[in-house]
Design a binder for this molecule. Structure first.
Ligand code: SF4
Length: 220
């Protein structure tokens, strides 16, 4: 079994409740969406075909206990489930970052192990992404309470829409909620003020790697 991999690298986790923590990222190739603000267009195609053993070996080289499988959209490749299983057997903590359009049922199959260290970070695509209608809303019923949903906010319209979704689906009762501004289009200050004014029980996320290394650097 091989997976198409765009890159494997170690960086600082920026987009989850583990923000600020060193993490190895496995970026799988391919995405079924085309968000207007996408900053990983280079992951749509290309990369290398690697065996699970090759991936494990590269991950092991980084000597880091936290691993995020991202993309692109990582759940598009069937081999991802074997990869998750193999990584869990090594004792690593795993984050799966998924765009919310793919059924997460098969990840649910790891229920017994998920308690040991598997967490889903699932996007809920806001209107400005152009991809809201591609959401698989049934996924919300499949989240565990240690999972996280992430709204990437581009405008006040996105923010107000997100508030309605949080309320409509009682998201605060289901999982952790993250909000992150689109780097170029909305300041962290603006989004923070909205959150504070509304007393919204969410966690602000910033794409820390962009603040550290700049927005155009890949593999960090
Ligand atoms: S889901 Fe992620 S990788 Fe795919 S188009 Fe949207 S931002 Fe880009």
């Amino acid at each position: 079994m091989q997976l198409q991999v765009t890159e494997i690298f170690k960086s600082i986790q920026g987009e989850s409740s583990l923000s600020g923590t060193p993490c190895v990222f496995i970026r799988l190739t391919g995405c079924n969406l085309r968000c207007r603000y996408c900053d990983t267009v280079y992951a749509y195609e290309g990369g290398d075909w690697l065996s699970i053993d090759d991936i494990l070996s590269k991950v092991d080289d980084y000597k880091c206990n936290l691993v995020e499988i991202t993309g692109g959209e990582p759940l598009l490749q069937n081999g991802v489930y074997l990869l998750i299983s193999a990584l869990l057997k090594t004792g690593k903590s795993i984050l799966i970052e998924t765009n919310g359009s793919i059924d997460i049922e098969r990840v649910q199959g790891f229920k017994g192990l998920r308690i040991q260290g598997l967490k889903i970070i699932m996007d809920i695509k806001c209107p400005d992404s152009g991809m809201s209608e591609r959401m698989n809303w049934g996924n919300l019923d499949k989240l565990y309470n240690n999972d996280e949903v992430k709204f990437v906010i581009n405008s006040r319209g996105d923010y107000d829409w997100s508030k309605e979704i949080i309320k409509k689906y009682s998201l605060a009762d289901r999982c952790h909620i993250l909000m992150s501004p689109v780097y170029d289009n909305l300041t962290a200050e603006e989004l923070s003020e909205w959150i504070l004014n509304d007393n919204l029980n969410v966690r602000l996320n910033l794409q820390i790697h962009k603040y550290i290394w700049g927005e155009s650097v890949k593999g960090v």
